[in-house]
Design a protein around this ligand. Sequence first.
Ligand SMILES: *Cc1c(COP(=O)(O)O)cnc(C)c1O
Length: 365
Amino acid sequence: MIPVKRLTASPKKQKLQLQAIQSVLTSGNFILGKHVDDFERSWAQFCGASYSVGVANGMDALEIGMRCLDIGPGDEVITTDITAFATVLSILKLGATPVLADIDPSSGLISEESVKSLINPRTKAIIVVHLYGYFKNIQKWKDIADSAGVHLIEDCAQAHGCVDSTGNRVGLTGIFSAFSFYPTKNLGGYGDSGALVTNQHEIYERSKILRNYGQSSQYEHKFIGLNSRMDELQAALLLIELQNLEKETKSRRTIADNYRQNINNPNVFFLEEPHHKYSHVYHQFVVKVKDRSGFQNHLENCGVMSQIHYPCAISAQPIMRQYIKDFCDRYQSHTFAGECVSIPCFPGMTPLEIDAVTAAVQSYS
Ligand SMILES: *Cc1c(COP(=O)(O)O)cnc(C)c1O
């Protein structure tokens, strides 16, 4: 079976990992130490940002950043109806109201028209999610947010290292951005962690306080904070992963190019092709099919695994009924959630595996 993701490390990498683990174990410091400092510096540099703050996961990076903006009860935050549930959960955790926007079915990304129609005086922020690793039109989003007088936030949990057609780097246009290093992400650790990235000194200072119980110095509590600290072990292991990120992203793009060139099955629909080579990092390679379970069964019979990101629009989750004002019944997100399929696309896929996936998709009817 060809998996959707393969997370095992090469023997060479494992050797580096064991050394890194040992250096943490002998340091006697396991949380917010030297490795976290090093990683934060390296991650900010990779992103081209002034600051990066290591936290416990990507969802906390969103919550902490929004707390720095004083978003809370009574405030509305607009985001997309197709995303990881964590995006919306971070808004709910603040006591703020998530307002779900429809998507553009050709890309799966949040729709501009829908967002514009939802902006009102209670709107405090728009969270744009660079879904599947596709980073598009960030300047347009900045203009929309600026003209509405609201904050733009980037959820970059799937988009490590994107650059758009005008050279904007992912995560730098929003007032802050959130990254996740969950094991399956493009930069993945060996447990949970995440980072908030920003050019704003005030957000940087405040988020460092918030992640650590809200203490500004030991036992002095300036804010009501969280326990959302980054582990030394994760930081040490992520520093190793970071060295391979560019190479791995290149490999994801090669696989995606291969699919785009060699698959032309009329029953399988590709999402929009990015205008710029570097603006997609292919966290997932997603296609749409009308009979999804038939397609997935066919792939499985050919030895190819697939996954669904995501099988249910956020607004269709039963638990959301009590938290949203509108059930978004006429949204295109529901059709999209019924048709999308992620096929294998991960660094380390062999040419034989790429060909086998291509053949499996091509032979579907
Ligand atoms: C994974 C993910 C998150 C949450 O990250 P965690 O580290 O799991 O908390 C948020 N948004 C998106 C789009 C994600 O894919």
